[in-house]
Write a new protein. Structure first.
Length: 159
């Protein structure tokens, strides 16, 4: 199945797309299930105007773009708002906690390791994946974008 380079290049983006799409949907779902009012307090804390509006906008954007990425639809287009969300999160919240996504701040004999807020590592990993998908490999196999591309190729007469 993975004998040729072309086949590998078509299948390689699938795992990355599924992970990024699921991650965004999971974060959007967490915000929605806890109520965007709680997330609005965070948005207000980082200094954004209209915190309730931006809390809802972020929640819906994460759900919609995450699903689109998951199914491989309009990957380049949906990468833009995803990148904006990641950059805002990274510069307004995570940067102050350094690089590592796992910040061990102590150890308790009863509960084990104690962790502090995450740094920007995960944001950077998502950003790298989005850049690769949007401007490098594309959505790959088993994607709506791939299906649309194959349809368009069949419609165009050979020159």
């Amino acid at each position: 199945m993975f004998e040729s380079r072309r086949v590998r290049e078509q299948w390689a983006p699938l795992a990355l797309r599924l992970i990024i799409g699921f991650g965004f949907m999971a974060h959007g779902w967490a915000k929605l299930s806890r109520g965007p009012d709680g997330f609005a307090r965070i948005v207000e804390w980082i200094g954004f105007p209209l915190p309730h509006f931006f809390a809802w906008l972020t929640t819906i954007t994460e759900l919609v773009t995450g699903f689109a990425m998951f199914i491989g639809a309009f990957v380049t287009l949906v990468s833009i708002p995803m990148l904006v969300i990641l950059l805002v999160a990274m510069f307004s919240v995570h940067l102050q906690y350094g690089f590592s996504s796992i910040n061990t701040i102590g150890f308790s004999p009863l509960t084990g390791p104690e962790f502090g807020p995450p740094g920007m590592e995960t944001d950077l990993l998502y950003i790298g994946g989005l850049i690769l998908l949007a401007f490098g490999t594309g959505a790959g196999a088993l994607s709506i974008d791939g299906w649309r591309h194959r349809l368009e190729s069949r419609r165009k007469p050979d020159s």
